[in-house]
Design a protein around this ligand. Structure first.
Ligand SMILES: Nc1ncnc2c1ncn2[C@@H]1O[C@H](COP(=O)(O)OP(=O)(O)OP(=O)(O)O)[C@@H](O)[C@H]1O
Length: 374
């Protein structure tokens, strides 16, 4: 469990990532706090994966990165590879999207973990193997399975094995970029539960890049919403889900299907959306009190609930961004002046950050704004 009261672990300042002068990440500033789960959300092409790779100190080939990404005293932007690779596995670890390509097909899974142990701690082969087997046991892979090769594991087991590998050296920061996309829904849930549990137990911060807003609701402490390479909104998950400030966030959250059969009542008696309405009935990480946030979808009059709100149109291509706010062509709140001419800068109040000229004017039922566009 973490809150803004915990120390800043990693700090990203004015991060810009471009390819051949086309900026895909355009001045991103945020912090990751010790021990928190920070979800990074937004539509395809928003710059989530590039941001995750910058946090790892592994930008793609051909990318020009400016700004600052600091992990404690270490600056990752422009650091020599030897400095960055010295952090990998030890202080920063990756849980990749595709475990199969992350594991060698020709070596036993436990041997691969043992090699990872020995690459950092110069222990004997026997000791490394014992630590690998113990790490696999911690993620539910029994010792009789540790002589298996990756192709002998199910997709979920492989993903558990890469989680075990990521946690071997107790990193401070774990980056998981869509760690469950290839799995069926039940396995996705198990893998995410495990990831949150293992990072939580180790006190590591987890940056979770995902399209799965149900997983965000369930596992994340804070969320960062990105659009067209910029920050749109950031804040505690409960607060952002309960009362988004940016129209883009409101549209994104309102488009999550709601199972009306799972609506429940909050401590204050106001209707709220149960987490089960999204995917899961388990309490979110570190929180055991009933949520008191108002659901966006429950705020829509009953006769209109059948139509699911949606954001019309598609995100812009980074080579052809609209003037002003990048979201304005799709934004039901955009005006014809400032929104179309001036890029909004992030404003921070308490734990919330929003970049929108008109966020004060967002109505109480912002999902309504997006119903018309279905
Ligand atoms: N190696 C690359 N070369 C050129 N452009 C790239 C490269 N990687 C990413 N981009 C561009 O940067 C933008 C952001 O990409 P990124 O992968 O970070 O998006 P994303 O938000 O993670 O999307 P998705 O949810 O689909 O994974 C995209 O428009 C993409 O075309």
């Amino acid at each position: 469990m973490s809150t803004l009261t915990t120390e800043v672990l990693a700090s990203v300042q004015d991060l810009r990532i471009s390819f051949d002068a086309v900026e895909a990440v355009r001045g991103l500033t945020f912090d990751v706090h010790e021990g928190e789960v920070l979800a990074v959300v937004g539509e395809s092409g928003a710059g989530k994966s590039l941001t995750a790779r910058a946090l790892l100190g592994m930008p793609p080939r051909g990318a020009t990165v400016t700004g600052s990404v600091r992990l404690g005293a270490d600056e990752l932007v422009d650091a020599p590879r030897s400095v960055r690779s010295g952090l990998w596995g030890r202080r920063i670890a990756l849980v990749p999207q595709d475990a199969l390509s992350a594991l060698s097909p020709v070596h036993q899974v436990a041997d691969q973990l043992a090699a990872a142990v020995r690459s950092v701690d110069g222990v004997s082969r026997k000791e490394a193997r014992a630590r690998a087997v113990a790490a696999l046991e911690e993620v539910g892979i029994a010792p009789d399975k540790t002589r298996a090769y990756p192709h002998e594991f199910s997709g979920g087991m492989r993903q558990r094995a890469v989680i075990a590998m990521a946690m071997l050296h107790q990193p401070d920061l774990v980056i998981a970029d869509e760690p469950t996309t290839a799995q069926d829904p039940e396995t996705q849930k198990q893998v995410l539960d495990l990831l949150a549990r293992r990072t939580g137990a180790a006190g590591a911060a987890l940056v979770l890049v995902t399209h799965d807003l149900a997983a965000v609701r369930e596992h994340a402490d804070r969320m960062l919403v990105m659009y067209a390479g910029r920050l749109v909104e950031a804040g505690p998950v409960d607060e952002v889900f309960g009362q988004p400030r940016a129209p883009y966030t409101a549209g994104l959250l309102a488009s999550v299907p709601v199972d009306e059969g799972t609506l429940e009542t909050s401590a204050q008696g106001a209707p709220r959306q149960g987490r089960g309405a999204l995917t899961s009935a388990a309490p979110p990480r570190g929180r055991d009190q009933p949520k008191t946030t108002r659901s966006l979808s429950t705020a829509i009059p009953a006769e209109r609930k059948r139509r699911l709100p949606a954001i019309a149109g598609a995100p812009p291509n980074p080579t052809d961004l609209p003037p002003g706010c990048a979201f304005q062509p799709r934004c039901p709140l955009a005006d014809a002046t400032r929104c179309r001419t001036e890029q909004p800068e992030p404003e921070t109040q308490d734990a919330r950050t929003v970049a929108c000229h008109r966020w004060h004017e967002l109505p109480d039922n912002p999902a309504e704004l997006f119903l018309e566009s279905v």
